[in-house]
Ligand binder design. Structure first.
Ligand code: RIB
Ligand code: CA
Length: 313
């Protein structure tokens, strides 16, 4: 089967980094046409550096990496060093990248790739704030009818938020960009906290990565060992939720997930609920369904898939 062509839009972040490695470990299933970076977990210079480091770690210096938005569309940038460490990928233990970014802003790269590909050929996988994708839709609205799908990590409903009581970080950072994306009419598959909070690391699951005696295995173990501290303390969880790898795992094995296609709207007015994904799960409105919202995951099979693929790098 022909590998599915994807653009990964990302703000590495340890979980983004693992998602990138999972995608690059699966060339028989996924062709990563480009990686575009955005400010989010840490500022743009660091998310871009971190994306380059993951491409080098995976031996894929051929992957075009384009730097994108340095701040959200309207609001000030909010970052998350308290979760990810100052570098954004604390625990990776890797050297500075020698690979460099490609010329051209990420927004222009997304437009160029989508407009020059065949209809429905490209899937965009946002793993961070939606600023680049939102700006691309404003700059070239025609990408909306040419994209195959957007598969994103973001939002929450019964699970609430992780940046505020109401909002998940990616959507909270740039709610206006998220509003543009969710109103675009593009088929959206959404991985909210309701599903990613079921994909928890554990000592046993972490041990699997420690047992992978490769640079990639060691980097993933180091990153996840650092990354889980915040969530264990904040939520009293057994481990860290592997948010962004859920997006890539869905592309590889969609049967691992379950959800429902429902209306989703984004709060962009109230400070109290800014960035909330208002998911009409029970059909309380007549709004048109615009996203397939995932709520179930087979976490054991998810972690088996992840460990199997990382071991291939
Ligand atoms: O809320 C979790 C999301 O915010 C993940 O994508 C994480 O990397 C951060 O970007
Ligand atoms: Ca992310």
């Amino acid at each position: 089967m022909t590998p599915r062509k994807i653009i990964i839009d990302t703000d590495p972040g340890q979980d983004d980094a693992v998602a990138i490695l999972l995608a690059l470990a699966s060339p028989q299933d996924l062709e990563v046409v480009a990686i575009t970076t955005v400010a989010g977990n840490v500022p743009l210079a660091l998310t871009t550096r971190n994306a380059l480091m993951m491409c080098e770690l995976a031996g894929r210096t051929d992957i075009p990496v384009h730097a994108g938005a340095i701040r959200p569309m309207v609001r000030d940038l909010v970052t998350a060093e308290y979760v990810h460490g100052g570098s954004g990928i604390a625990g990776a233990g890797l050297p500075e990248p020698t690979m460099t970014i490609r010329s051209g802003h990420a927004v222009d790269a997304i437009i160029e790739i989508v407009m020059s590909a065949a209809d429905g050929e490209i899937t965009v996988c946002p793993l961070g704030p939606l600023t680049n994708v939102g700006l691309a839709l404003v700059r070239e609205p025609r990408i909306a009818e040419r994209l195959h799908e957007i598969v994103l990590m973001g939002g929450g409903f019964f699970e609430g938020g992780n940046r505020t009581p109401a909002a998940e970080f990616n959507i909270y950072v740039d709610p206006h960009a998220a509003d543009v994306v969710f109103r675009s009419g593009i088929p959206i598959t959404m991985m909210p906290l309701d599903v990613t909070h079921q994909a928890l690391t554990s000592p046993e699951r972490l041990a699997r990565f420690a047992a992978i005696d490769t640079p990639a295995g060691r980097a993933v173990h180091g990153m996840l060992d650092f990354f889980e501290r915040f969530d264990i303390e904040r939520y009293g969880m057994q481990g860290a939720p592997l948010h962004d790898p859920c997006v890539i795992a869905y592309l590889l094995e969609p049967e691992l997930f379950g959800g429902k296609t429902v209306p989703v709207r984004i709060e962009t007015a109230s400070e109290l609920t800014m960035g909330m994904t208002v998911v009409d799960w029970w059909g309380a409105t007549d709004d048109a369904p615009n996203a397939t919202v995932m709520r179930e995951i087979d976490a054991d099979r998810f972690f088996r898939l992840l460990a199997e693929r990382i071991a291939l790098l």
